[in-house]
Structure formats: structure tokens, C-alpha cells
Design a protein around this ligand. Structure first.
Ligand code: NAG
Ligand code: NAG
Ligand code: NAG
Length: 205
């Protein structure tokens, strides 16, 4: 067979496969729709997580005039991006950046839970919120993996940002770290809601 014939046979097969399994595309759209619903719920909870977290750390976090400075913490993925940079991302890059961020947040949320369990062991509500958030983030990661795999490009491997050296630190730094994790997570969820509002328009039901 000539290469051209093979190529055209392949194209015919590909289009037949496409015709006989239209639900393949439909199912990505469904998962995108489910994921938007999930991230909207996560967004609603992300503000109360941050407030509850701050409220349980004592001074200066609970002070009336506590001004949250624009802090960062090594390894915590920043959500900030310019509009143009954000708008021109390809679907795969957009999803992959989400996957990378939430893989890291899943780990940091465990670390913050561990820190709070040590510093505030009686704060059951906060501990539960941290745990539930991490479980939902893992659900979100499953959804992202499903979507990306269906689009033909599974997520890139993520390098682990947390070493055991980083994990050990003093009480104040643990509290600041938890604050950065909760507030940056909230910013990321806002970005992900925007991402999926864009994606549902491109992949309508
Ligand atoms: C998901 O799809 C349903 C229809 O099945 C629609 O009513 C709903 O608004 C969609 N959700 C989002 C978040 O777009
Ligand atoms: C939101 O918070 C409530 C109460 O902590 C919890 O039951 C629920 O599962 C959370 N939902 C999401 C999507 O985080
Ligand atoms: C394919 C997949 O993982 N879908 C899940 C996406 O998230 C929603 C909400 O958690 C689940 O209900 C879906 O099963």
C-alpha cells in the first residue's frame, strides 16, 4: 500500500470512529460542565476556609487591623496572571496549569492540616474544612485528568515542591505558611472558575 492510501484509509477510519462514537466528545463536555459546578462550590467554601483559618491563629492574624500583605511562600503556586496571557492559553495549557497548581495544593493542604493539628488540635471545624477541601481538590484533579486524557494530552508530571527540610519550621512561620496556602488557594479557585466558564462555552453540552 502506498503511504497516501494508508493515510486516506486512516482518515476514513478515524472519521468512522468519530461518527460511531459521538458520545466520546459529548462526555468531555459533560465532565467540563460537572467540573464548573464543582469549582463554583469550592469557590463558595474558599472564603470561609480563609476566614476560619485566620480566626483561629491568634494575634496578629486575628487583630482588627490585620492587613494581609501580599505574601508568597516557596513552592505555593501563584495564581496571578495578566489578562492577555490568561486569555491566549491553549485549552491543554490552561488545564495543565490547573493540574499542576492543585497537585501542589493537595500536598500543602495536608501540610497545613498537620501544622494545625499540632498547633490547634481542638479546632475541629478548621481541621475538617482543611480535610474536606483537600478531598475535593483530589476530586478536581481526577476531573482534570479525565478531561485532559479525553483531549489526548494527559497532565504533565509535577515535581514535588515539599522536602522534609521545608516542612520543619517555627510556629509563626507555620501560621504564615497556612495563611499563604489558604489565600493563594482561594485566588486559584477564582482563576479556575474563570477557566471553566471559558471552557464550557467552547465545549457546550
Ligand atoms: C450544566 O448543564 C446543565 C444542563 O444539563 C445546565 O443546566 C447547567 O447550567 C450546566 N452547568 C454549568 C455550570 O454550566
Ligand atoms: C463546603 O463546606 C461544607 C461544610 O464544611 C462541606 O460539607 C461541603 O462538602 C463543602 N463543599 C465543597 C465543594 O467544598
Ligand atoms: C470523570 C470525573 O471524574 N467526574 C467527576 C467530576 O467531579 C464531579 C463532582 O465531584 C463528580 O461527580 C464526577 O464524577
Amino acid at each position: 500500500m502506498s503511504l497516501r492510501l494508508v493515510t486516506s484509509l486512516y482518515l476514513i477510519c478515524a472519521s468512522l470512529v468519530h461518527i460511531v462514537s459521538p458520545e466520546q466528545d459529548g462526555s468531555v463536555n459533560t465532565v467540563i460542565n460537572q467540573t464548573l459546578k464543582l469549582v463554583c462550590l469550592l469557590k463558595a467554601n474558599s472564603s470561609s476556609l480563609l476566614e476560619t483559618y485566620l480566626g483561629r491563629q491568634g494575634s496578629p492574624f486575628t487583630d482588627k487591623d490585620f492587613r494581609a500583605p501580599r505574601l508568597s511562600y516557596t513552592g505555593v503556586p501563584a495564581a496571578a496572571i495578566s489578562f492577555l496571557e490568561w486569555r491566549i492559553l491553549s485549552d491543554i495549557d490552561r488545564l495543565d496549569k490547573n493540574f499542576m497548581a492543585y497537585t501542589v495544593f493537595s500536598e500543602f493542604l495536608q501540610l497545613v492540616w498537620d501544622d494545625q493539628f499540632e498547633l490547634n488540635p481542638t479546632e475541629g471545624e478548621l481541621l475538617d474544612m482543611l480535610k474536606v477541601t483537600r478531598l475535593h481538590v483530589q476530586g478536581l484533579l481526577n476531573n482534570l485528568t479525565t478531561i485532559m486524557s479525553a483531549l489526548g494530552v494527559p497532565p504533565s508530571p509535577v515535581t514535588d515542591p515539599l522536602t522534609l527540610d521545608v516542612v520543619k519550621t517555627n510556629t509563626f512561620e507555620k501560621k504564615v505558611r497556612g495563611y499563604v496556602v489558604c489565600s493563594t488557594y482561594k485566588q486559584w479557585i477564582d482563576r479556575t472558575v474563570r477557566d471553566f466558564n471559558l471552557l464550557v462555552k467552547k465545549y457546550p453540552l
